[in-house]
Design a protein around this ligand. Structure first.
Ligand code: UDP
Length: 367
């Protein structure tokens, strides 16, 4: 079986790493499985892309479509045009897409229109918030997916409720956690840890990149003020996503205990998370990682497509109103946060389960 694996943005690279490793391992055991890796070029910044390939041992992509930049529509169109050419030149038995970024949506559509089967990893998650571009990506991708690999029972239920037949839904666990567990012994102390005199439990990590939080400078400033004034002077380390960096620079947003840094590599970022007092974020993937590491996580959103991180894990939805931050931060500072547990099948073996499912599918070969 030949599989075309698609990745385009930072969280995608973290998700495909264990899948590529599991495919290679299965092939080396004599199984009929191989892959071609496509980087769409959606994230092209070295710190948002290349770093993850070297740190997570992901082989160089077989093709880079170079389709980064532009508006949502420009980017979707550029990825579709380039991926269609590639897929016509290199027919495959299955296109495997991960997550919920523009590349996920664009490549799933192209594959399906070329009569190629589509597998979606992290299928079925829903925020039910149509103002998020990711929610549109999830809905469209899942409406044309053939094989659904899910991270939780919540995702299974969403798919079954939308009419997906049960035999096409495979509850396998979480590939992002495969990467976390496989790399935790390699987490790396960044130089800023010593430079800023950080110690276990004496600092906060902040990440923000959702348009709803960062595109409106006034609200972003209010949130940052509320965070920096309610953490009893603790340093707040903020690895800044390129989207957020533009707004922070343009409006000169800062605070004395706020330490702005470039996006960090995976091993350094997760070293900081593992040793932090708490994480404040609007990321989806980070709420899963903090749940597994047992670190308190405050999500600055009104909803989540990952309810298991709230119901089972250490995550809590604080919303985007800066006034809600103080009471939540008071609970963090007085160590009154819930403990949480690890969701079912988030055990580091998800990619292996996915490959076993793929081998059992009876997809006619195109070669
Ligand atoms: N991450 C990283 N460096 C950073 C910030 C995040 O390596 O400076 C990793 C993080 O550990 C997680 C992923 O990036 O695995 C989350 O990506 P992001 O927040 O961009 O996307 P989302 O999960 O919200 O789709």
């Amino acid at each position: 079986m030949n599989i075309t694996v698609v990745a385009g943005a930072r969280p995608n690279f973290i998700k495909i790493a264990p899948i590529i490793h599991a495919i290679k391992k299965s092939k080396s055991c004599g199984n009929d499985i191989d892959y071609r890796l496509i980087h769409t070029g959606q994230h092209y910044d070295e710190k948002m892309s290349e770093t993850f390939f070297s740190e997570l041992n992901i082989p160089s992509p077989d093709a880079n479509l170079g389709a980064g930049g532009g508006t949502q529509a420009e980017q979707t169109a550029a990825i579709m045009i380039a991926f269609e050419r590639d897929l016509i030149e290199h027919p495959t038995d299955l296109v495997l897409v991960v997550g919920d970024v523009t590349s996920t949506l664009a490549c799933a559509i192209v594959a399906k229109k070329l009569n190629t089967k589509v597998a979606h990893i992290e299928a079925g998650i829903r925020s039910f918030d149509m103002s998020m571009p990711e929610e549109i990506n999830r809905l469209v991708t899942d409406s044309i997916t053939d094989y659904f690999f899910t991270t939780s029972k919540f995702a299974n239920n969403n798919l079954l409720k939308s009419g997906v037949p049960e035999n096409r839904v495979m509850f396998v666990g979480n590939v992002m956690i495969d990467t976390l567990l496989a790399n935790q012994s390699k987490f790396k102390k960044p130089s800023l840890y010593t430079e800023c005199n950080l110690k276990k439990g004496n600092y906060i990590i902040l990440t923000l990149h959702r348009p709803a939080n960062v595109d409106e400078a006034e609200n972003l400033k209010k949130m940052i003020d509320a965070i920096s004034t309610n953490v009893k002077g603790l340093p707040v380390v903020f690895p800044v996503h390129p989207r957020t960096a533009r707004v922070l620079a343009e409006h000169k947003i800062s605070a004395s205990n706020l330490k702005l840094v470039d996006p960090l590599g995976y091993l350094e970022f997760n070293f900081l998370v593992k040793n932090a007092k708490a994480v404040i974020t609007d990321s989806g993937g980070i709420t899963e990682e903090t749940t597994v590491m047992g670190i308190p996580c405050l999500t600055l959103r009104d909803n989540t497509e990952r309810p298991e991180t709230v119901e089972i894990g250490t995550n809590e939805l604080i919303g985007t109103n800066p006034e809600k931050l103080k009471p939540a931060l008071d609970r963090i500072m007085s160590d009154k946060w819930k403990k949480g547990k690890v969701p079912e099948l988030w055990d580091g073996k998800t990619a292996e389960r996915i490959v076993n499912h793929l081998l059992a599918l009876s997809i006619p070969s195109r070669k």
